[in-house]
Design a protein. Structure first.
Length: 230
């Protein structure tokens, strides 16, 4: 059964933990993201739900593209797509080794849950292709006009960075002004991202949801072999 209610995220105490336990049912995920909460599995304890004291965001008006990345973008022969290979992107993100993490929080249950979330039209991917080879990308969650980035990967230099710029162009065209990146990383800081207090983030989240933006087309009907299992 899906979780029906989360505590007020403003009451989160140690390390931004809002709740422990629950499930990854699509209704649970939707409820969480609408309140600015996201799951963060930790080894050895039940599922943890987070809303950190400081939230990393990237305002598009403050986006800074380094000169070298801008030149790479102009000369790149990669092509980019949206929602063409979600399952492959999240699997590649799970396999990516990160120097500051001993393992991955993108566990098998998380992969299953977000693949289902994607099929329902809430999770989205951006893919970078070199010919027919998937060489980079990212995925995240969109709820009520707010996009929350989850993870990125690359097999070629700058592939994930260029995929991110492609995503930003896509979101800007549809009226979005910022993205939630949850936790600051060196790459996003270089692009102009900043941390804001949780209360400011939650107010921004609520204000953006009221705009009624539609950042991605709704999913088409599932064919029989794509039906979501119970």
């Amino acid at each position: 059964m899906p979780v029906r209610r989360f505590p007020d995220p403003r009451t989160a105490s140690i390390d931004g933990i809002v709740a422990i336990g629950g499930d990854l049912h699509p209704d649970t995920l939707l409820l969480a993201y609408r309140q600015g909460i996201f799951p963060w599995p930790m080894q050895g304890i039940p599922l943890t739900w987070m809303c950190p004291d400081e939230r990393a965001i990237l305002d598009f008006a403050e986006l800074h593209i380094p000169r070298s990345l801008a030149q790479t973008r102009r000369n790149s022969t990669l092509r980019f797509t949206i929602d063409h290979a979600f399952a492959r992107v999240i699997a590649a993100c799970a396999r990516t080794k990160r120097p500051d993490q001993p393992g991955t929080w993108i566990t098998a249950p998380m992969i299953r849950a977000y693949n289902r979330f994607h099929e329902l039209g809430h999770a989205h991917s951006v893919e970078a292709w070199e010919g027919d080879e998937l060489v980079g990308g990212l995925y995240g969650v969109e709820t009520d006009g707010v996009f929350a980035g989850e993870s990125m990967f690359h097999l070629r230099p700058n592939a994930s960075k260029l995929a991110l710029l492609h995503l930003i162009d896509h979101l800007r065209e549809r009226g979005a002004e910022w993205i939630d990146i949850q936790v600051m990383t060196p790459h996003f800081k270089l692009l102009g991202a900043r941390d804001i207090p949780r209360d400011e983030f939650l107010a921004r989240l609520a204000a953006t949801r009221e705009k009624g933006l539609h950042l991605f087309p709704p999913p088409g009907p599932l064919t029989p072999h794509e039906e979501i299992p119970e």
